[in-house]
Design a protein. Structure first.
Lengths: 457, 457
């Protein structure tokens, strides 16, 4: 973007330059380049390299002890390739250098047989911590939390708290709240670090802390946690068990990742895609991931075709009807997807509940009917000019109103019903809405045409 | 969600309870309820109330001086209704109580004529600050930044900095970095507050600060800013002009809102929706916002129908072809949307550049062809069983391979080309891809059928 040219951002290193340096074999220049790169910028670079080139880069990162910091920032779909290029011992070294939540993510990128071997080589303490975290369900708060937080006693004063942080020498900058706990490590309150700094030195923590702090249980889904953080503008959220014992903390940077992933998931599910099917996933993988949905879609297409087949005799008498089938299906499908998008997004953002859902269904039905009427009149006009048949225009107008109204009704009802049943409102709703809209559209269009056959030219 | 039942979150207040209390007229109970509510929870409640009920709630909020804190958290589409219920003087009071970025957002919710009157009533200083911020383009960093940040001198020690924060008594907890500036207010470095606390008391700011801090110009689009914050795990980003002068700061809670809005925008644009068309937008508004796209879609549907019309004679001889049109269109359209979703999401997440784009186009073309071959064989089988015609099966197989390959090719090329031209890759690409895929699908299916007419039963 031209307008952001005076932004101060890390230097941009292109894959082209990196490949050229790798090909030339001047490794010290590659090393210098890698030293300057921000961990977050490595992923896009690696995605474009060959396995051999990746191996060289990883070797150089290990040489500079930067591998752990770099790899924990990589998108998960790149991990299998990376681990293929690295010995078990190196993987163990790597895992020893990252925090628990990153360790969990990295270990998921290792093929199962190998993960067992790697686990066996880990220090006992680490293996135990890993085992404990894996008790929590996938994508739960318990797996995303860090256990590196600062706990305070409520009797400490502001200055004592500052002194204790100084003494620990812990410079971790992502920690923004301090947690006041009792002897059993039960969470009593939260002190924002800014409040600690701004308070008089002798004020006790018990007077500074927020006692009704928002927290989450470890079993909660990350999506729910992300909603809490976004809704209440938090920078971190404590994870506590049923007794109120503080287990760990989830920070806002992880929440941003969850929000981004959830948005991807919603878009993907609406289109019938699986999350792991990314832009640079191997073609064979993408085919395998898309095939089940494609076959389901094929079945519904044939079902819609069967509806058309019911009217084969009508079409034989009036081939113009066949020509107009794409108009009915195209408009109905489009209306359905629009409503579906509005409703699934509202559900994802928590803007709609079951009670207000009924109002939304009514609105979408009405909007569909009005849009169907307007586009139906336009269609009738076009058909009169094209085919010179006013009766055919009337048929398409009626079919359009009915189809668009149904598209609005189903586009709103299906995701709300899925949500009500505790299912993902985006998953599969596209295929259901499109099928019923198509089938109903064909049935109404060809059915009305059959009834009006004598009026058609 | 049952599993998060032990989460500590603000008490849930339902619309039903609120309405009942409002109807009963016992305002002191409504007041008590509103006192307990978190500002972020008000929006969903208000969305379900009648204008009269909203008026009562707003009156009570003003009575308790909570209106400003509450209203700045509301979704923008609710603002016009709220302002309708409030006098100009109250709007002015309200604007005086919020920060500049919130003021800009609130003022956008006031109808233009009235906004002029309200502006005239604002204190000179506020009006001037507002005018200055409005120089920056909509959705730019300059409009989203807060000017309430803490500046330090590089010669200050850690303890002096802490003392100066204490003296200011400023408890704003969202401030996480302190900004070191020179006499001209040029940004020299950034001190994370945690680092300030953990450093020895006599260490000067110049030794603690990050000098190569990532920053953004005020003209940068909020989307670009959000990407920087997400990518580098920042908690706030300074906004600086070309001279490096510190203008303001954008905090991570605003960034989360931008990320959420951008995801909504992408989903909406893929479906041909406008952002303002939300679940509870008035039906008349929704119709008006969807109509242009619906008419564009109608035009492409008729263009596709015209392609079918070219083969009217072929269909007259073989009505089974008309029956199968929904299969060709449905599968091609679906394949196109899947590829489109993968590519636009990869563009939005910065996972793909123009160079790697060519590889992505090749991959999607290949994946489309393979999926077309598999579903084509399945279709040929179904048709043989249904219609008993092996030649018709061959026609659909060939058309399916060709259509799905084109769907992959266009689904990848169109958004990348739009991005290359500096356009929104999601906007309009759905209609273009669907049209060409449909038209090509009908042309190949009916064209091959025409050529093979003698072989068809």
């Amino acid at each position: 973007m031209a307008s952001s040219s005076n932004a101060q951002t890390p230097p941009v290193i292109t894959t082209r330059i990196l490949r050229r340096l790798l090909a030339s074999g001047v490794h010290y220049r590659v090393e210098r380049m890698l030293e300057r790169i921000h961990p977050a910028d490595l992923g896009p670079l690696l995605a474009d390299l060959t396995p051999d080139e990746i191996r060289t880069v990883i070797d150089l990162l290990f040489k500079h002890h930067r591998a752990a910091a770099m790899l924990k920032e990589l998108p998960p779909e790149l991990l299998p390739q990376i681990f293929d290029a690295v010995s078990d011992q190196r993987v163990v070294d790597l895992l020893g250098r990252v925090e628990l939540d990153d360790m969990l993510e990295l270990i998921e990128g290792i093929p199962e047989e190998r993960a067992e071997a790697v686990r066996a080589m880990l220090p006992d303490g680490t293996r135990e911590a890993l085992r404990k975290a894996e008790i929590y369900p996938p994508s739960s708060a318990g797996r995303a939390m860090t256990t590196a937080y600062t706990a305070l006693d409520e009797k400490m004063t502001a200055q004592e708290a500052i002194d204790s942080i100084r003494a620990s020498g812990d410079l971790d900058e992502s920690i923004l709240y301090l947690y006041v706990v009792d002897e059993e490590r039960r969470l009593k309150g939260v002190v924002p670090i800014r409040r600690l700094v701004a308070s008089p030195p002798d004020r006790p923590c018990s007077d500074m802390m927020i006692t009704q702090a928002i927290s989450t249980p470890p079993e909660a889904d990350q999506e729910e946690v992300a909603k809490l953080v976004a809704r209440y503008d938090l920078l971190a959220i404590p994870v506590t068990d049923v007794d109120g014992t503080l287990l760990g903390v989830i920070t806002v940077d992880d929440v941003i990742d969850v929000i981004t992933e959830e948005a991807t998931e919603d878009m993907y599910h609406l289109a019938g895609l699986q999350e792991e099917d990314r832009v640079f996933t191997a073609p064979s993988q993408s085919v395998r991931k898309r095939l089940p949905w494609m076959l389901a879609n094929l079945a519904t297409c044939f079902a819609a075709a069967w509806v058309v087949g019911l009217f084969q005799r009508t079409i034989e008498q009036q081939v113009a009807l066949a020509v107009l089938l794409p108009v009915v299906a195209g408009m109905g499908g489009n209306g359905g997807i629009q409503t579906l998008t509005v409703i699934t997004r509202a559900i994802a953002l928590g803007e709609i509940e079951f009670s207000s859902g009924i109002r939304a269904v009514g609105k979408e039905f009405l909007v569909g009917m009005v849009l169907g009427a307007i586009t139906g009149i336009a269609s009738a006009g076009v058909i009169y000019l094209w085919q010179g048949d006013p009766a055919l225009g009337f048929v398409i107008f009626t079919a359009m109103v009915a189809t668009m109204a149904i598209a609005g009704l189903l586009g709103a009802t299906v995701p709300l019903a899925l949500k009500g049943m505790g299912q993902d409102p985006a998953l599969g709703s596209g295929v259901v809405v499109t099928f019923f809209t198509d089938a109903f559209g064909f049935f109404s269009f060809l059915g009305i045409a059959t009834l009006m056959m004598e009026q058609l030219l």
